[in-house]
Design a protein around this ligand. Structure first.
Ligand code: KIV
Length: 275
């Protein structure tokens, strides 16, 4: 690989510089090459999140997502982008058992996709794995607060840090994630006060989702902010209403096919006259 092709993308150190300069970091999720192409010019970071299990594959939670699914979508996003830093979630069950398991999964994902980093949720002992991976050259993004992979333990997708004890626990997880060498951390579903405290007490950039403007950057699930679903969480701002646009287009296509007004002459092939 040429020197130039490595340095064209946003890098892990440059994300930290953005925090130091007070420049907000723009992140969105991406699962496919065409969407990555659309997002790439405006985003600093594209996350191939395991939310793809729900958004693309119709799963009820992220728990059923596999390493193979992450690799397939990760390859597509890397192919569709050339500017943004690309990070890929390690799915549930693929990293929590030991540092070695986390290394095997992370190195396989990075080798097979060409992405720059992996993301892990702050389950018990995961700080050790973050240190193990970063010590071996793998950039890791942490994920604290609401942890979607712990949905069954928590009894749903619930905001975190609403009691003093919980605040202290999340803050502790964030500090451990930072001390272990994470290049950034997603902070999900916490109060503005806790988001501000985490952001001030860690050296790496915090990327908020449902965690207020106190974070160093923001991420949303792209399909949520584009209005692809009839329900979205309270913290999502909808920047488009693609669900209506797509439904209307499909209904019009169906009418055109049924009334035989599609295809028209201009949409037909003609014989080429031979000389
Ligand atoms: O899986 C995901 O998409 C995520 C983001 C929403 C932060 O973890």
């Amino acid at each position: 690989m040429s020197k130039q092709s490595v340095s064209q993308r946003v890098t892990a150190p440059s994300l930290r510089v953005r925090k130091q300069r007070g420049e907000k970091i723009v992140c969105l999720t991406a699962y496919t090459a065409p969407m990555a192409q659309l997002l790439d010019p405006s985003c600093d970071l594209l996350l191939v999140g395991d939310s793809l299990g729900m958004v693309v594959h119709g799963l009820p939670t992220t728990v059923g997502v596999t390493v193979e699914m992450m690799i397939l979508h990760g390859q597509a996003v890397v192919r569709g982008s050339s500017h943004a830093f690309v990070a890929i979630d390690l799915p549930f069950g693929s990293y929590e058992r030991s540092c070695e398991q986390a290394f095997d999964t992370a190195s396989r994902i990075l080798c097979e996709t060409g992405a720059q980093a992996v993301k892990v949720e702050a389950a018990s002992g995961v700080a050790d794995s973050i240190a193990f991976l970063t010590g071996r050259g793998i950039p890791v993004i942490g994920h604290v607060g609401l942890r979607p992979q712990a949905v069954h333990l928590d009894g749903g997708f619930k905001a975190r840090g609403r009691s003093k004890e919980e605040c202290a626990r999340v803050l502790e997880e964030a500090r451990a994630t930072d001390a272990a060498g994470a290049i950034a951390m997603v902070v999900e579903g916490v109060t503005p006060e806790l988001a501000a405290e985490i952001t001030q007490s860690v050296s790496c950039p915090t990327i908020g989702i449902g965690a207020s403007a106190a974070c160093d950057g923001q991420i949303l699930v792209t399909e949520d902010m584009l209005g692809m679903f009839d329900w979205t969480p309270k913290f999502v701002r909808r920047y488009a209403d693609l669900r209506s646009t797509v439904s209307d287009a499909i209904e019009t296509f169906a009418q055109d096919v049924r009334s035989a007004t599609f295809p028209a002459e201009a949409e037909e092939y003609r014989l080429v006259a031979r000389k």
